[in-house]
Write a protein that binds this ligand. Structure first.
Ligand code: SF4
Length: 275
């Protein structure tokens, strides 16, 4: 797996290459066997953090259509086949064994909405009696709307990554609709009374305070929902030079959140902070 190429290619203006999660293979296999197949590449059996207020597990899907430089799921995004696959049978057997112990399932990634069978997968989770939280980069809003119509999404984790004018630049995807899509996803969650977890990972070399002010103004148009600034996690990330570049101190992040407004929180310092 080659890491660190995305930011360089974006700077040089070259096209960004995407490696999706074997959709043709899975679609073919599904058609042949008449069953739902997802590209699942990880399962955390217990979390109290990722679905606030609920005891949940997290299942990770392989592949993503973005290339965020700070993404700490680099292998899952760039080379999902390098990660051990969890079969659907294993996953649903696990869910059956945890009934009464877990309340919810977080479907995360990667980007779950690029999975062709996501809607069926989510419906099965709901049929097992679990609450459903879907984490998404909002690039495929119609997929999310359909799932909600089909089976009811209880919570949405919405990555709000940049001011609209810088969205494509910062996520390595040329679509011009990305900023608008995020706004629409937030509006959708509000109208449907879906619990929202709107979050932004902040690295000094990528987002200035002025960018954050611009994002705050965009959220103000949507009624100033609760917004969480996430501290950069200096692990192995997509842009491998990033951990070596100076970023905000925890105290900087807290200070910026305070300046922005009372609905702005900070996460990922030494725990979970409500300001
Ligand atoms: S941070 Fe999320 S949207 Fe960005 S590349 Fe990683 S998985 Fe994809």
């Amino acid at each position: 797996m080659k890491r660190g190429y995305v930011l360089s290619e974006r700077i040089s203006g070259s096209a960004v290459k995407f490696s999706y999660a074997e959709p043709e293979f899975f679609i073919k296999e599904k058609r042949e066997k008449g069953i739902v197949i997802m590209d699942l590449r990880g399962l955390y059996k217990f979390t109290l953090v990722d679905y606030p207020g609920h005891i949940a597990c997290i299942v990770f899907t392989g592949g993503c259509n973005f290339r965020c430089p700070y993404c700490h799921n680099a292998a899952l995004v760039l080379d999902p086949r390098s990660q051990p696959r969890v079969t659907e049978t294993e996953f649903f057997n696990f869910l059956k064994s945890r009934k009464g112990l877990l309340e919810g399932v977080v479907v995360s990634g990667g980007e779950p909405t690029i999975q062709p069978d996501l809607a069926d997968f989510c419906r099965r989770i709901r049929e097992e009696g679990y609450l459903l939280k879907l984490d998404t980069n909002s690039s495929n809003p119609e997929v999310v709307y359909k799932i909600h119509r089909d089976c009811g999404i209880n919570a949405l984790g919405v990555d709000f990554k940049a001011p609209s004018r810088r969205y494509s630049e910062l996520v390595g995807n040329p679509s011009p609709d990305l900023g608008r899509n995020v706004h629409e996803m937030i509006r959708f969650g509000q109208l449907e009374n879906i619990e929202l977890d709107i979050r932004t990972t902040v690295h000094k070399s990528l987002l200035s305070f002025s960018d954050l002010e611009e994002m705050h103004a965009e959220l103000a148009v949507l009624g100033s929902p609760v917004w969480t600034l996430q501290q950069f996690n200096p692990v192995e990330v997509i842009e491998e030079a990033l951990p070596g570049i100076a970023t905000y101190e925890d105290s900087d992040l807290i200070g910026m959140a305070r300046k922005l407004g009372p609905e702005v929180r900070v996460r990922g310092l030494t725990g979970r902070f409500l300001l």
